[in-house]
Design a protein around this ligand. Structure first.
Ligand SMILES: *Cc1c(COP(=O)(O)O)cnc(C)c1O
Length: 345
């Protein structure tokens, strides 16, 4: 299928807003085009609508051209814009693995798009045939989260490439946790698969959840359409400046990520010694999915002791499971100390 058949007709024919900062770029002696307040400075100017400097620096690190990058207000915007660009409300549908990250379904509901769930196998592995069987001529997107939230496992590039090859719509791979995984990013395959979109975020390994910055990598054609649809100044100046600061410190982020991966192993080893812990699922992310003797009771016990984890016991295939973020040394120690105090009912 060509991109033109996948994009909503109203989006294809859209005449986008042209903002002042898009019409003229370069040096000027007087900026009198955007009705800003020149008398008070620092944050008085509209930010760069295409965030070129952030993209240049991030792209240099990831090995991607600026034309293949879209920055969103968190992954939330990257998810929502995919629905708004590709999915006709009340007509189209999307397919996603189950269980997975909850925002794909919430955004589908908000955009009036049918959301089709395809169960993972019991061991959380992919059922590619079932995913493709769930698709019909109105399926625009397949969502794959890898490493997956809340299961923590990652899928192989061979599997993800197979989906890209066999599915005629848009495959979106959410790599929010990719920096914690030895499996490589799908970014490398953007050239090979023009209908592949790869999502990443500053919220996890980059320790910048507060600045709300998500990234979609895709073909220049898709990025062009995204740029026409987004709010003109979606990424504010404070966020762009803070992102550049994070990009100044990549070595530090890489070190902290390595340490976290070590801490994940130590935390899993400690958890394994506890009576109330029944299973620790392998994790390629910065959290552990842990099956316990009584998830509701242990969740409440931890909460009453000031330790907050995510109770996932009502999620498909995650009965009696808690999702536990790998914290800093003192947080992890407190968690283990409290779980050791818990007496299994
Ligand atoms: C945490 C997370 C994100 C990040 O969302 P932001 O809006 O960028 O903070 C994206 N996808 C998944 C699967 C996540 O778990």
């Amino acid at each position: 299928m060509t991109l033109n058949k996948l994009v909503r007709p109203n989006i294809l024919s859209l005449e986008p807003y042209t903002c002042a900062r898009n019409e003229f770029t370069g040096e000027a002696r007087a900026w009198l085009d955007a009705n800003e307040n020149s008398r008070i400075t620092e944050y008085n100017r509209y930010p760069d609508p295409l965030q070129i400097e952030v993209k240049r620096r991030l792209g240099a690190y990831r090995g991607v051209e600026i034309e293949r990058m879209f920055l969103g207000v968190g992954s939330d915007e990257c998810i929502d814009i995919a629905y708004r660009v590709f999915c006709r409300p009340g007509i189209d549908n999307v397919v996603a693995i189950e269980p997975t990250y909850g925002m794909y379904q919430v955004c589908a509901a908000i955009n009036d798009i049918e959301y089709r769930r395809v169960s993972l196998h019991e061991d959380f592995s992919l059922n590619i045939d079932a995913l493709l069987d769930a698709c019909d001529e109105n399926t625009k997107i397949i969502w794959i989260c890898t490493p997956n939230n809340p299961t923590g496992n990652a899928y192989t590039r061979e599997q993800l490439c197979e989906i890209c090859r066999r599915f005629k719509g848009i495959t979106i791979v959410d790599e929010a946790y990719i920096d914690f995984s030895p499996k490589g990013s799908m970014i490398e395959f953007l050239n090979e698969f023009p209908r592949l979109i790869v999502m990443q975020t500053f919220s996890k390994a980059w320790a910048s959840a507060a600045i709300r910055l998500g990234v979609s990598y895709a073909s220049p054609e898709i990025i062009n359409i995204y740029n026409n649809v987004k709010y003109p100044y979606n990424i504010n100046e404070l966020t762009q400046r803070q992102a550049l600061k994070a990009l100044d410190n990549i070595a530090n982020i890489e070190n902290v990520t390595k340490e976290l991966i070590d801490a994940r192993k130590r935390l899993a080893d400690s958890l394994a010694t506890l009576d109330c812990v029944q299973k620790i699922y392998p994790s390629d992310a910065n959290f552990l999915l842990v099956k316990v003797s009584n998830a509701n009771d242990i969740y409440s016990f931890l909460r009453d002791n000031g330790v907050i984890v995510r109770n996932r016991c009502r999620v498909h295939l995650c009965g009696e499971c808690l999702r536990i973020t790998v914290g800093d040394e003192s947080e992890n120690n407190l968690l283990i100390e409290k779980l050791a105090e818990y007496v299994t009912k």
